[in-house]
Design a protein around this ligand. Structure first.
Ligand SMILES: Nc1ncnc2c1ncn2[C@@H]1O[C@H](COP(=O)(O)OP(=O)(O)O)[C@@H](O)[C@H]1O
Ligand SMILES: O=P(O)(O)OC[C@H]1O[C@](O)(COP(=O)(O)O)[C@@H](O)[C@@H]1O
Ligand SMILES: [Mg+2]
Length: 463
């Protein structure tokens, strides 16, 4: 039953099938606030208007069928609060102190987001004290001895020209009480969290601890991950840039493959649990013959398996391009003991190297000469500066995060949804992971482009 839609017997509308998000759960859309917003906003009001009120809302599901079904059943279709500046704000900007932290893996555009936050606070609202917390959540914990970085317009002047994060990032759990102690000690009124699902899990706990202590500290999150796997965000920032970089690797693989007899170009891309980078790059280039993602785990051996399919392709066309997301085919490379990184993320086996060796062995067995070139662009795709589209996106996310925080809203993630910037409760965003919907037009398009309709797949494993 699609809770977002409620169309009765017919549980999925065509619009849902267009989505790669998989809207199949109910969603809580109310955003907590610290209190009444009574301070007039210092932002300039134009004649056309400029401020946004909380009853400006964006439908969660844009399908007209879902909308009609809800109305017929006497229900209000669920909607998110529209992001943007409020006429009245909660904080007195002259007294407010803000903090920004970046945690988890790198992603193009983090510096753009930091810059947008600092500039919107400083120039828009007149906030003079913004601090950068160093190296992720550990920067809050005194034992690490990491001094904060003062963030001024001068300090962030050129940071968008560089990849990574000027604040540094890290993985690894930190005590939630210690984080809130640090916020209290520093008299912080707003914490901006730039991070992925892990950071948001920590963020949700920080919000709870703040509420338990009855503090007036707002926590606003900005979704960051090149894997694009955060739920209730149409696309995460930096993803476009990552796909652009992935396309360069695939183009090279294709050139190498067609440039040698029986050439195979094999590219491994990031994508731990969701294969968005691999699938989107495949759709963009249309020269990939096999796109392997964690959501549709391929069968390697036997009838309909990958080895047989690649062999067929080589015999027919004399070259093949294979793109594999790092989380695909884990059943073939999993060690006996499950290993986790400092944040608790499962450490993956190297499917790229495995496939490279397995392909070579297979073609040696069947006595067919192949020329295999293996490309693993790895960190190159996530450590570059953002492209123009992503820079613009980062600027909008950062600015809207500031508007939300100044209005005294908390426990929210700024998101882009159905073409608008909206507020989504952090708790909702961490309910599940966004993965490719194998029934979506998006995935069909990958199949149409590669022609891998007959490639055998195992039933999906739950992440
Ligand atoms: N369940 C959790 N509770 C508290 N902190 C968490 C939790 N999951 C992750 N974190 C912390 O959030 C930070 C970032 O998490 P990580 O998974 O590495 O990156 P990302 O935020 O990009 O997913 C790390 O410091 C990690 O320890
Ligand atoms: O080597 P690291 O830094 O642990 O990161 C590797 C992982 O980080 C990612 O780039 C994204 O992860 P997060 O954004 O969730 O931190 C994955 O695609 C990749 O598997
Ligand atoms: Mg993560």
């Amino acid at each position: 039953m699609n809770e977002f839609c409620h169309t009765g017997e017919d549980t999925r509308s065509e619009i849902d099938l267009l989505e790669d998000i998989g809207l199949d759960e109910s969603v809580e859309t109310a955003i907590p606030t610290l209190g009444a917003a009574k301070v007039p906003s210092p932002l300039i009001q134009t004649e056309q208007g400029h401020f946004v009120s909380d009853d400006n809302r964006v439908l969660v599901n844009v399908s007209h069928r879902c909308f009609e079904a809800a109305l017929k059943a006497g229900r209000t279709p669920p909607s998110f609060e529209l992001a943007g500046p409020r006429r009245h704000i909660y904080f007195d900007p002259t007294k407010l102190r803000c903090a920004i932290v970046t945690a988890g893996g790198l992603c193009p555009g983090i510096n753009d987001v930091i810059r947008a936050i600092v500039l919107a606070l400083y120039h828009g609202y007149g906030v003079r004290s913004t601090f950068g917390i160093r190296y992720g959540l550990r920067g809050f914990i005194p034992e690490y001895g990491l001094p904060v970085m003062e963030l001024t317009p001068e300090r962030v002047e050129r940071i968008h020209e560089y990849g990574g994060t000027i604040l540094g990032s890290s993985r690894g759990h930190q005590p939630i009480e210690g984080i809130v102690d640090a916020l209290e000690r520093m008299h912080i009124g707003v914490l901006f969290l730039i991070g992925g699902d892990g950071t948001f899990r920590a963020g949700a706990k920080v919000v709870e601890e703040i509420q338990r202590r009855q503090l007036k500290i707002s926590v606003v999150a900005i979704p960051k991950t090149i894997d694009n796997d955060i739920y209730l965000v149409f696309k995460t920032f930096g993803f476009d840039t990552a796909v652009q970089m992935a396309c360069e690797a695939i183009r090279s693989a294709h050139t190498e493959a067609v440039g040698a007899p029986n050439g195979i170009g094999l590219v491994k891309l990031m994508g731990r649990h969701s294969g968005f980078i691999a699938a989107t790059a495949t759709n963009a280039l249309r020269e990939v013959n096999f796109c392997l993602i964690p959501e549709a785990d391929f069968v390697l051996e036997g009838e309909g398996g990958l080895l047989q399919a690649v062999e067929q392709r080589i015999r027919q066309r004399g070259h093949a391009v294979v793109v594999v997301a790092e989380g695909a085919g884990q059943r073939y490379v999993r060690g006996d003991k499950e290993e986790r990184d400092a944040s608790g993320n499962i450490k993956l086996g190297d499917i790229g190297v495995f496939l490279r060796d397995r392909f070579r062995a297979h073609f040696a067995e069947v006595g067919l000469e192949v020329n295999l070139r293996y490309i693993d662009p790895s960190y190159i795709i996530r450590s570059v500066p953002a492209n123009v589209d992503d820079s613009l996106y980062c600027a909008n996310l950062g600015q809207n995060a500031v508007h939300a925080a100044m209005a005294g809203k908390t426990g929210l993630m700024v998101s882009h949804w159905n073409g608008r910037y909206v507020h989504v409760p952090i708790k909702e965003a961490i309910k599940r992971r966004k993965r490719i919907n194998l029934n979506s037009r998006f995935w069909m398009s990958v199949l149409e482009s590669t022609g891998q309709f007959n490639l055998a797949v195992h039933p999906a494993e739950t992440p």
